[in-house]
Ligand binder design. Sequence first.
Ligand code: URA
Length: 211
Amino acid sequence: MAVMPSSPGSFKQSWLERCRQCSRCGLSAERQHVVISRGDPSAKVMVIGEAPGASEDIQGLPFVGRSGQLLDQLLRTVGFNPDSDLFICNVVKCRPPNNRKPSSAELRACRPWIEEQLAHVDPLVVVLVGATAVAAMLKRKQAMRSLRGVWIEQAGRLWMPVFHPAYLLRNPSREPGKPMAMTLEDLRQVRLRLCQCEPASGALFPCPPPP
Ligand code: URA
């Protein structure tokens, strides 16, 4: 893994430059943009998804297509502002053709970028969006039905796996007990956890309204 320059400013500039020029795997040949992140790099919550899709590749920003719009809507419902409360990125930074799952070689090649983002942002909580992100970050390969909604303490951090919004788009019912309602519960847990983390100056977030 590359050594991080010490000042945040120089880290940001040189790191972004290197990341934008990455050619560590074949995905670099087809991409329009390296999709790095959106949101606040000093956020207490980091959201990590799988890989950019077509809209993300065009705009150069993660989670801006249909899945991203749903994810933002769910995050806002529990009281997060995706622009200022979160740092959003993916385990793979370039779009796999036809939105296929990234291969293990692509995940391996991209790994240093997400490791460096994680170290730089140093969030209190990481939300892992979908099975690929959980497997890549935590080496856990169970079904999302058993992983979602359960806090994982690993590698000195707190992780919350949630269903991928692409899955929720295919299962759009908002009835209690359905994946959409479960995801809202899981994101509410994240929100609650943050208002329980009280630094000297007071709670990090006001408590969420009851559902
Ligand atoms: N799906 C993801 O996992 N990430 C994105 O950025 C968009 C769709």
